[in-house]
Design a protein around this ligand. Structure first.
Ligand SMILES: *[C@@H]1O[C@H](CO)[C@@H](O)[C@H](O)[C@H]1NC(C)=O
Ligand SMILES: *[C@@H]1O[C@H](CO)[C@@H](O)[C@H](O)[C@H]1NC(C)=O
Ligand SMILES: *[C@@H]1O[C@H](CO)[C@@H](O)[C@H](O)[C@H]1NC(C)=O
Length: 347
């Protein structure tokens, strides 16, 4: 090999791991064991992936996902965590709704719906992954975003929750804070990136957010320092959820007032209320071991299962209702209040 190729390789050799993997759908149900433990049904519908011990209530004192799960929909066979977001709907001009299905990212063809999950120590495009992080601990959980907000100013408090209007499966820019305003030929990708600085003590907090923080200055991408109150650097957890909009891209079916027709399952047609939830459930210290490995995406330290095994793991719905998969429904599940325009007119 020519010396210049060797030095190019040396330049990109990773110090630590970045992992990216697919997870199939576990269930789509009106449950939220993080925000509303014990409540059935919850106010709005979620799409959930991960370990099959997902349940109405998952309080850490009596719910250890790796112990209670017998399978996971995620590619890493040691990951029994649960990851979830709201579901997306198309609102027709006659006011009825149909649920928008999800599809796999390219490279994960055959995966049943679900999403793509990342754990990174430096930003995605940094092949060196030089920073070192402490993996999440058993009992850890968090969320990011807020379904109750409906202005751009409020959404700016969560700088890394965005949408990508996919022209092709490879489109990654631009990202927007509000729902795309035009049909997206290859789908709408929802990007959710969680804060990366932990207070080092609390596995959860009353709002499920404040035990975590964004960097004190700069960003995760610029390697900004963690604040003194939240000194522990954690992996950046990121979700990519791709909603397959191909059945809903005909402009003739779109509102005639120039607005866009997609609404979150909690009634938000602005997109500003995007939110994601996480309940850690990796077996033993498997996540820390993988994060400490020197690999980029292809990590032999990460034990994997086949897409067929991922797809074979699922659980039955606990709430029995028509969620609009094959029929048009006249109300969203739970009949949430609709917010089709930003409260202050912002876009
Ligand atoms: C879910 O919770 C119920 C009630 O506590 C329990 O009976 C059931 O076994 C749990 N299911 C799983 C998969 O853990
Ligand atoms: C409402 O609109 C959808 C989508 O255009 C259509 O398929 C459905 O038949 C309509 N329902 C009624 C009651 O008009
Ligand atoms: C991972 O390995 C596969 C198969 O060898 C290869 O096609 C792919 O490009 C690799 N991906 C990365 C990010 O290195």
């Amino acid at each position: 090999m020519h010396w210049s190729s060797l030095s190019a390789l040396a330049l990109v050799a990773p110090s630590h791991a970045l992992i990216r993997f697919g997870c199939s759908q576990l269930v789509v149900d009106r449950l939220d064991p993080l925000v509303n433990p014990g409540l059935i049904p919850t106010p709005h519908l979620h799409q959930i992936i991960g370990g099959n011990s997902f349940n109405i209530s998952m309080l850490p004192a009596n719910h250890d996902p790796p112990k209670l799960s017998t399978c996971t929909t995620c590619q890493p066979s040691d990951d029994f965590s649960n990851y979830w977001t709201a579901s997306l709907y198309f609102r027709s001009n006659n006011g009825t709704f149909k649920r928008v299905p999800q599809k796999a990212n390219s490279g994960f063809e055959g995966q049943n719906g679900g999403m793509t999950v990342y754990y990174m120590q430096n930003q995605l495009a940094d092949y060196t992954q030089k920073a070192k992080v402490k993996a999440f601990q058993p009992g850890f959980r968090m969320l990011i975003g807020n379904p109750a907000i409906n202005t751009r100013a409020e959404a700016e408090k969560f700088p890394q929750l965005t949408y990508t209007c996919l022209q092709t499966m490879g489109t990654r820019f631009p990202e927007t804070k509000a729902f795309p305003t035009k049909p997206c030929p290859a789908g709408i990708m929802v990007n959710l990136r969680f804060p990366t600085c932990w207070d080092g003590v609390n596995l959860d907090s009353p709002d499920h957010i404040s035990h975590m923080s964004y960097p004190a200055s700069g960003t995760f991408e610029s390697q900004g320092p963690c604040p003194a109150t939240h000194p522990v650097r954690m992996p950046q957890l990121m979700y990519e959820v791709i909603f397959e909009t191909k059945d809903f891209n005909n402009k003739a079916d779109w509102p005639t007032d120039g607005t866009q027709p997609f609404v979150w399952s909690f009634g938000d047609g602005t997109g500003y209320g995007s939110h994601g939830d996480y309940v850690f459930g990796w077996k033993d210290d498997s996540l820390q071991k993988i994060m400490d490995d020197a690999c980029y995406v292809n990590c032999t330290s990460m034990k994997t299962q086949s897409i067929a095994a991922m797809n074979a793991c699922s659980i039955a719905n606990k709430v029995d209702e028509d969620i609009g998969d094959s029929t048009w429904i006249s109300e969203l599940p739970g009949a949430p209040k609709m917010t089709l325009h930003a409260a202050d007119g912002s876009v």
